[in-house]
Design a protein around this ligand. Structure first.
Ligand SMILES: NC(=O)c1ccc[n+]([C@@H]2O[C@H](COP(=O)([O-])OP(=O)(O)OC[C@H]3O[C@@H](n4cnc5c(N)ncnc54)[C@H](OP(=O)(O)O)[C@@H]3O)[C@@H](O)[C@H]2O)c1
Length: 282
């Protein structure tokens, strides 16, 4: 199943690389060999869309991607994001200033070992309305694209107002917001993306993998449907997300080949319309 990602076309189920770090998305993974194996198997299995960030680790995830996959297959669409950084103690810092966005793009290119990135998301921190500062941030992204450092611009953690505002000055390849059965705050953004054919890339489509009856993978309705179909709760959650809009692209995160295989196999799980409605938040 292939779907558009801005000017590119990718498999509907890609890979979110954030989990290839130590605890708290900081430092190296406990099983480095497995992290490298996950990346290689993902690409060997047809994944051509990997989501990353230089601030995952920091540097750790991009360097693993480089070690596992460089020189990159021509069709591999690496998508990164800018707008944050980590200090040496692991604190997450804002890096939203236009100059920091540019620096973030350059740090991604250096750690991934490439001259240009297919897509970079401007990842906002809070704020529901576009303002003059957002225009300055967009200008920084546009100048990086004009300078050939990135091929397309995405947005992350945004409202519909941000999307509509940004579309007045540039094409937007994708929007990456949190969205899953337990959090549909971004439904209006998803609807706007669907209307306009813009890729909507939900993060945490597995509800962050949190266990328990209130979490996505532990909900009675998800577990019951999984039993009925003979699949796993994760596969139901992913099949549901794929079914809510033809513009959805998934980037489930995992540090294990077992979960990677399970997640990729969700592309052949079909949920009928009634089931999709029943699983959807009210
Ligand atoms: N733009 C943003 O602000 C933003 C924020 C967060 C994340 N992201 C991106 O979105 C991607 C996905 O988000 P996420 O990793 O936080 O959440 P997620 O994909 O909802 O969940 C990942 C968690 O679920 C577990 N998991 C994976 N497959 C599973 C399966 N088949 N069965 C049971 N558990 C499973 C993983 O553990 P194991 O490692 O044990 O498999 C991991 O702890 C990230 O990798 C990152 O690239 C973006």
């Amino acid at each position: 199943m292939r779907r558009p990602l801005g000017p590119f076309s990718v498999s509907a189920i890609g890979f979110g690389a954030m989990r290839l770090t130590g605890p708290g998305v900081f430092g190296p993974p406990t099983d480095r060999d497995e992290a490298l194996a996950v990346l290689r198997e993902a690409v060997d299995s047809g994944v051509d869309h990997i989501d990353t960030a230089q601030f995952y680790g920091p540097d750790v995830v991009n360097e693993l991607i480089r070690e596992a996959l460089h020189p990159y297959p021509e069709n591999l669409i690496l998508v990164s994001k800018v707008g944050a950084s980590r200090d040496r103690d692991g604190r997450v810092l804002s890096a939203q200033e236009p100059a920091q966005l540019r620096q973030g793009i350059e740090d991604n290119l250096r750690t991934l070992g490439i001259d240009a990135l297919p897509v970079v998301n401007l990842r906002l921190i809070g704020g529901s309305e576009p303002d003059a500062f957002f225009d300055e941030q967009l200008a920084a992204m546009l100048s990086a694209r004009d300078d050939g450092l990135i091929k397309a611009i995405g947005l992350s953690n945004i409202t519909s107002a941000h999307l509509l505002h940004a579309l007045r000055v540039t094409d937007i390849a994708c929007v990456q917001n949190e969205f899953h059965m337990g959090n549909s705050v971004s439904q209006p953004v998803l609807d706007e993306c669907t209307r306009r054919g813009i890729a909507f890339v939900p993060f945490a489509s597995l509800g962050f993998g949190v266990p328990g009856p209130d979490a996505v993978l532990g909900r009675a309705a998800v577990v019951d449907e999984a039993v009925r179909l003979g699949v796993t709760p994760a596969q139901v959650a992913l099949a549901w997300a794929l079914a809510v809009s033809p513009t959805v692209l998934l980037i489930p995160g995992t540090s294990s080949r077992r979960h990677l295989r399970e997640n990729l196999a969700a592309s052949s799980v079909h949920l009928d319309d009634e089931t999709v409605r029943r699983l959807s938040p009210l």
